[in-house]
Design a protein around this ligand. Sequence first.
Ligand SMILES: Nc1nc2c(ncn2[C@@H]2O[C@H](COP(=O)(O)OP(=O)(O)OP(=O)(O)O)[C@@H](O)[C@H]2O)c(=O)[nH]1
Length: 378
Amino acid sequence: MDVITLLAAVLVNALLMMLALFVGVGIRSRSGLQAWQFMLLGQALGFGLLIVATRAQPQLLATLGVMALSGSAAAMVLSVGRFLSLRTPAWALLLPPLLLGAVHAVIYGDQKLATGITNLVIGLQILWGSGLLLRGAGRVRWRWLCGAAAMANALFTLGRAALVLGWPEVYPRFIAPHPLNFASLMLLNASLVLGTMGFLLAHRDAAEQALVRLASLDPLTGLLNRREWMNRAGRALGAAGGTADDATVLLMLDLDHFKLINDERGHPVGDEVLKLAGEVLRGELRASDLLGRYGGEEFCLLLRHCDPEAFSRLDARLHQALRRRCEASLGFVVDFSAGAVRVQPGETLAAAIKRADDQLYRAKHAGRGRTLCADGVL
Ligand SMILES: Nc1nc2c(ncn2[C@@H]2O[C@H](COP(=O)(O)OP(=O)(O)OP(=O)(O)O)[C@@H](O)[C@H]2O)c(=O)[nH]1
């Protein structure tokens, strides 16, 4: 085994993974994965140039090679930043490869210094990326996988820098068949494979989350859609066992004369009213309350631990907030009618909804703009 063969293996590996990502998920699939493909390309290009530099144009090709490797590390940081929605300033990404290239070209004559500076800069770049991945990784598997692989690679690269700058007499030349060189290239290879697997997992996780969001949220208001709300409300009632002291209130709420708004002001204004109503409701409720868009201009709320006084105050706030908000934003007042019931012990969600809907129907017929409760009280 010699270092050039190992280098060539890393290069081929990086190229194949890049190709596999290109064929498997496409270059435009997701910006984070796209940057990761550039990272792999940078590795292949950098090591390719370093291999050729051992035979021809050493100064120029080795300088371009280390620039490609540093650019590849910048692409890794960019990829991490995009996956985690973090801001990575362009200057901090671009400056290291450019400065490293300039410095490397100038100090090329001093091989040890050039190698030390190169490893130091690239090691710090990878350390940055691995730090972003590991900080707050929590239970996210792909972050641990990519972060640990990158961290090991960063520490090894920084170790090389420390060795060549501090103890140049024991540091082996880059292409010398030394165990340190073999270990470092094998580690690099492993970190490329693990990192790529990690980012594929991240890509899959993100796609899964997008699907879950799509299946459970109403796209216009961002509230839970009817199916998801029913699921969660059913689970909440099941968990509470419908006990009376739980004081669970179900409220069905329907905007008044909404058809008129659509007809007179247009569908987009109607959509705006629905969005505002969603925001108002979300803003007035507690985190433990369950809010959803039941359909059309009807909303459904499950309020836990809600005593009658608290409910009357909340109801008054909701009417007032919707009227004010629509008047301030759209120039006209919108109100709603609602029916509320206290969920009885053992009562099913469907039965409670039916009772609340009956109250809503009564509220509409009693002149709208009001909330009615079964038997007049909750
Ligand atoms: N803009 C918009 N309109 C919708 C949407 N979903 C349902 N609608 C409209 O909501 C209107 C509901 O009308 P109705 O059921 O007659 O209710 P209303 O006019 O509010 O009358 P009352 O409830 O009796 O006060 C219909 O015109 C639907 O087309 C939506 O997502 N956006």
